[in-house]
Design a protein around this ligand. Structure first.
Ligand code: CIR
Length: 261
């Protein structure tokens, strides 16, 4: 169960957010604010105490807070985003984490490593780390070093075709994963029950398990049905404006329960 979530409102500069899909158009800022507010309400309705940080105009992608930290009950690891335009987002998050974790339990990924939280999928005491254009082997190795004393191990998962590992696959707890069709042959995921997001709905492979329910992006009826059939209560959130800059449901929040509260 998660007790807390951290989010950051999108800034006006989000219209200049990084994207591999310019054909989807430029985000509508007002709509994005509405979608973000509804997302926060959804997390609250599922029992989260949500911190909503103010927009940061110097960082167009700063609403995607998932990428700047990996939060476990026992420790927090600040990441090192691979793109220059996002590097400064980490320092914006650091002071807030000190409210939840003692200073000696907050670690920092450093050069030449790169790591983004969207590439980190926690399954019990295993953290699968996508080896991607954003997260490298050195990033996975540094993460492994910091979290090993707390009983966690890291398994690297090379992939291609999407931005982050969790763009293509997410853990729904209870031994079940939701993933894009082409992720299902990954050896690392062999032991899990797999639910597939069909190609025309592959954006919705990025759902969020939160305290027993699964948040599904609005507008993906097949994935919605698949998740319901898998036995989950579902709730939908429209993330259409964030999709235009490659953002999914999970990247809009950090979800965690520190052991120190
Ligand atoms: C980026 O390219 O970094 C942002 N436009 C999107 C980040 C999405 N984050 C995520 O999937 N965890």
């Amino acid at each position: 169960m998660f007790e807390y979530a951290i989010t950051r409102k999108p800034c006006k500069a989000m219209i200049n957010g990084l994207t591999d899909h310019p054909e989807l158009g430029v985000p509508d800022y007002e709509k994005a604010l509405e979608q973000h507010a509804a997302y926060v309400k959804t997390l609250e309705a599922l029992g989260a105490k949500v911190t909503v940080l103010e927009p940061e105009e110097d960082y167009p992608d700063s609403c995607f807070v998932e990428d700047v930290a990996v939060l476990l009950p026992q420790c927090a690891v600040l990441t090192r985003p691979a793109t220059e335009s996002r590097a400064g987002e980490v320092a914006l998050m650091a002071p807030l984490l000190q409210q939840f974790y003692p200073e000696e339990k907050i670690f920092q990924i450093s050069a030449p490593a790169t790591l983004e939280g969207g590439d980190v999928m926690k399954v019990g005491d295993t953290l699968y780390v996508g080896l991607s254009q954003r997260s490298n082997a050195e990033g996975a190795a540094q993460l492994a070093k910091y979290i090993a004393p707390f009983g966690y191990k890291v398994v690297g998962v090379p992939f291609e075709g999407v931005l982050h590992l969790k763009t293509g696959a997410v853990y729904l707890e209870e031994g079940q994963m939701l993933m894009k069709e082409d992720f299902k042959s990954k050896i690392a995921f062999a032991e899990y029950e797999k639910h597939i997001a069909p190609q025309q709905e592959d954006y919705a492979a990025n759902c969020v398990w939160f305290n027993g329910a699964v948040i599904v992006p609005e507008g993906y009826p097949q994935v919605l049905q698949t998740v319901q059939k898998a036995g989950y209560q579902t709730v939908q959130c429209d993330t259409g404006e964030f999709k235009k800059i490659d953002g999914g449901l999970s990247c809009l929040s950090l979800r965690f329960t520190p052991a120190f509260a």
